[in-house]
Design a protein around this ligand. Structure first.
Ligand code: C5P
Length: 194
């Protein structure tokens, strides 16, 4: 069986945890598309070249989860040629046998507009900054909040594939939810629509 589940939203809204849990519960494959942009961002050199020549070893570097890599990712993600170079890989992944869950910023709007289910996961900037800060233990809470806001602005205001919910996306606000409840609600929404 082939199906695609698109999970979009801003940084640290809970997309990653939700996507992994949903994929596991459906026995589907999962792609964290942010990793592609992170790998391009930290590779150095010409970002367009980096995106065109991305290899599995670039995706397994262990510095990809750092705040700096997220920042670098959002800078290269505004370049249309970088985004274009990553489209085919994501679309192929989305149509694999057994189903696929992709999380990112533009999966429901640009990469997989035909996805069977689209979820847009949000939370307040303060909640997301607190989660990211507790997770990474890097810098002060205020620094992380400023970075979250800057990244939101860059992702939302860019011309090519800006962060926004698809018209037919179901919205899930995780501000006041525990991670267990967020996962439960996401799984219920998806199972109802598949
Ligand atoms: O999701 P994550 O925080 O790993 O993404 C890092 C950055 O990569 C985002 O802030 C965004 O600029 C970019 N990105 C994107 N489109 C995606 C996934 C990530 O532009 N589908």
């Amino acid at each position: 069986m082939k199906f695609t589940i698109a999970i979009d939203g801003p940084a640290a809204a809970g997309k990653g945890t939700i996507s992994r849990a949903v994929a596991e519960s459906l026995g589907a494959a999962h792609l964290d598309t942010g990793l592609l942009y992170r790998a391009v961002g930290v590779k150095g050199g010409d970002p367009v070249e980096a995106a065109r020549s991305l290899s599995p070893s670039d995706l397994s570097r262990d510095d990809l989860r750092s705040l700096a890599a997220g920042e670098a990712a959002s800078r290269v993600a505004v370049i249309p040629e970088v985004r274009a170079a990553l489209v085919a890989f994501q679309r192929d992944f989305a149509r694999r046998d057994g189903g696929a869950v992709l999380d990112g910023r533009d999966i429901g709007t640009v990469i997989c507009p035909e996805a069977e289910v689209k979820l847009f996961v949000t939370a307040s900037p303060e909640t997301r900054a607190r989660r990211r800060w507790q997770e990474t233990d890097e810098g002060s809470y205020e620094d992380v909040l400023a970075q979250v806001r800057a990244r939101d602005a860059r992702d939302t205001d860019r011309a090519d594939a800006p962060l926004r919910p698809a018209e037919d996306a179901v919205k899930l606000d995780t501000t006041d939810l525990s991670i267990e409840d967020a996962v439960k609600q996401a799984c219920a929404i998806i199972r109802n629509r598949l």
